[in-house]
Design a binder for this molecule. Structure first.
Ligand code: SF4
Length: 404
């Protein structure tokens, strides 16, 4: 563990060039908690302005502290306002935070800055859209999840399919056409046909970016409890994989580039901010439970709202051992469909990837789960179905049998 004071003492030398930085800002409020969700978010209606105000004030305070600490060394080229549901707040309040970022950090020109806000259909009316546009946002990520009423109800979402479609049109008309649509598959009761119907409808909107996530059962959620007590049945693994590959195939046929396990984009519309996560570039997270990655060190903020509002932001600093950092790198970089370049691994860790992981990697390549062309290493289509197993075997140097 590195102490905060030691981290503070990293200062730029003369002639120092500012490095690119992504900024993530977490807004931890939602109108209602979805049944599968374990994100750090609290149900808080628009009738709770005091809580929102205290949170924004705490965010600005953290922003000042972090700008004093890192502002000289970095230039921000992406800002991502995520949650929770950021549009639960009056977006003017969020625009204040973005203005504060512009005041305190060096920022690339507006034409090069990617400025994203997440939105959900129940809180993105025309007024909110105008506020988003006036705040200079040039990318919106919309949480659609499904266009089947039954699936939306199963998930505990509070919007319906027509609200999702109207929101998408409204954002495109008022804010931007640079929109990501989030979809979910592997939902209880979902068949491949139901999934395909949602996928085809969403593709007809022609979003610039489309992400598709398999539902994960997270401990502590109602879904997890119901699953453990036998009250919830998920689609089979085969069905889940069929849905995944249908998405990849159909999206590619429609001109989307599959560039990350769960992400596709039209040419030129990849998410620059998320690419920072997957390429282990520096990013700073502000807000409750936000994570940062700076100079190879991970930071995590507290997830206690009262503590955060009281100004006690940081929970943990983890430089990690060299071995942990290498594992972290493989876990993250392999999410990109192109994988990672072996020379990048060497540049970061000063050791050949094959020296460290050659035995397990070769076994996985022989089984057709990984592909190596002497320049880069990546998942095969078969490996994409078993990412956890492949990573576990790769990192643990195991050469065990092929499994799920
Ligand atoms: S809207 Fe998103 S963050 Fe909020 S409860 Fe639902 S899944 Fe969680």
């Amino acid at each position: 563990m590195m102490t905060q004071s030691k981290a503070e003492h990293i200062v730029p030398s003369a002639g120092f060039q500012r490095r690119p930085l992504g900024l993530y800002v977490h807004i931890p409020f939602c109108r209602q908690k979805c049944r599968y969700c374990d994100f750090v978010s609290f149900p808080a209606g628009p009738e709770d302005p005091e809580r929102h105000s205290s949170y924004i004030a705490a965010l600005k305070q953290e922003l000042k502290i972090q700008a004093d600490r890192y502002g000289d060394r970095y230039q921000v080229d992406s800002v991502y306002i995520g949650g929770g549901t950021p549009t639960m707040l009056n977006v003017d309040r969020i625009n204040e935070v973005v203005e504060e970022i512009s005041r305190r950090f060096s920022i690339v020109g507006r034409d090069r800055l990617e400025l994203t806000i997440e939105a959900n259909p129940e809180s993105i009316d025309a007024l909110q859209c105008r506020r988003i546009r006036d705040g200079g946002f040039n990318r919106v990520s919309l949480g659609v999840q499904s266009l089947s009423e039954e699936m939306l109800q199963n998930l505990g979402r509070i919007h319906n399919a027509s609200m999702a479609e109207e929101s998408f049109s409204r954002i495109r008309e008022i804010v931007t056409d640079n929109i990501n649509v989030d979809l979910m598959f592997g939902i209880p009761g979902q068949t491949p046909a139901i999934w395909e119907d949602t996928l085809e409808k969403a593709m007809m909107w022609k979003p610039a970016h489309l992400s598709f996530y398999s539902l994960q059962l997270e401990e502590g959620t109602p879904f997890y409890q119901h699953y453990r007590s036998g009250k919830l049945e998920l689609p089979s693994w085969e069905s889940n994989r069929e849905m995944y590959h249908t998405a990849v195939t159909r999206l590619k046929e429609s001109g989307y580039e599959h560039y990350e396990v769960s992400s596709t984009a039209l040419p030129g519309r990849r998410c620059l901010h998320n690419l920072k996560y997957w390429s282990m570039a520096d990013y700073l997270g502000l807000g409750l439970a936000a994570h940062s990655y700076l100079d190879g060190i991970r930071y995590e903020n507290t997830s206690d709202l009262d503590q955060y509002i009281a100004g006690d932001h940081l929970k943990e600093i983890s430089p990690g051992s060299r071995k942990e950092q290498m594992g972290d790198y493989l876990f993250t970089a392999l999410r990109q469909i192109r994988g990672f370049e072996l020379v990048d691994f060497f540049d970061r860790f000063g050791v050949d990837f094959r020296t460290e992981y050659g035995v397990s990697a070769e076994a996985l390549i022989r089984e057709g789960l990984l592909i190596c062309d002497d320049i880069s290493l990546r998942f095969s289509a078969q490996g994409l179905d078993r990412t956890n197993l492949v990573l576990s075997r790769l990192l643990n140097h195991e050469g065990g049998p092929h499994g799920e």
